[in-house]
Design a protein around this ligand. Sequence first.
Ligand code: NAP
Length: 264
Amino acid sequence: MMGLRKPKDDILGNEVAGQIVEVGRDVTKFKQGDKVFGCVNRSNAEYLVCTENATITTMPPDMSYEEGASIGFGGITSLHFLKTMANIQEGQRILINGASGGVGVYAVQLAEYFGAEVTGVCSTKNIELVKSLGATKVIDYTKVDFTKEEEMYDIVFDAVGKSSFSKCKKILRDDGIYLTTVPTFRLLFQMLWTTKVGKKKAKFGIASGPENLLVLKDLIESKKLRIVIDRIYPLEAIAEAHAYVEQGHKVGGVAISVYQENEI
Ligand SMILES: NC(=O)c1ccc[n+]([C@@H]2O[C@H](COP(=O)([O-])OP(=O)(O)OC[C@H]3O[C@@H](n4cnc5c(N)ncnc54)[C@H](OP(=O)(O)O)[C@@H]3O)[C@@H](O)[C@H]2O)c1
């Protein structure tokens, strides 16, 4: 994450959806044939092995595999940052930078679900989408620098890590919180510093665990959370899919479709 060491895993991917083909003797939570989705590392593969306590759960009946494999990372991260780290409350004002990305599309919907007043930051082409997800105001980052605006916020969630605590400090209310998904050494120092000094806090975290996935599943089933997929690629075109994602302009998730003929 900090770019200091080459990642050890030679298989990429951390979101998954599929059908369980085999379970171990002591597994009680899942059975052969269950359709599941969630977040497990090394998931860009046809078969995947994980423990029953991994971040997976059964899929709602009308969810496609592509949808199931597109929600976990962004949804869990958004829920963890907004609820666990910032304890978002009804009536609070939140700005979400990168509102059209894999994290942002769920952050906007969840913040609105928790009763906050949401301002989303995205480019011109994504304004209508971000509004449709629940933002009451949208700022086009290609035209306006949101850190130089007058509006003040209880929470600034930099879902795409393109701004900084230093820049966002002036638009944070007195006890406001700056959250970012992307750590820098400066941010880690600011995180430590702001635990001791001042009321405005800088925070970074990493989300995991099946509890948040169950909350997301409930919200999807009750139609309170919409899954946003930009593109679906076949497994053979996975390099092309990665190249597209690496451009940094995807909207929501990009899914890899493996195959569905061999279902149990
Ligand atoms: N800490 C954690 O646990 C955690 C978890 C998940 C992700 N992350 C990190 O969070 C970051 C975001 O992930 P993601 O999946 O949401 O990324 P992403 O989907 O690739 O982000 C792309 C989106 O960001 C928008 N964007 C690009 N530049 C922008 C800018 N300057 N201002 C505002 N929006 C901009 C793009 O919109 P346009 O096309 O309109 O520019 C696009 O919709 C990644 O660096 C990822 O590694 C961390």
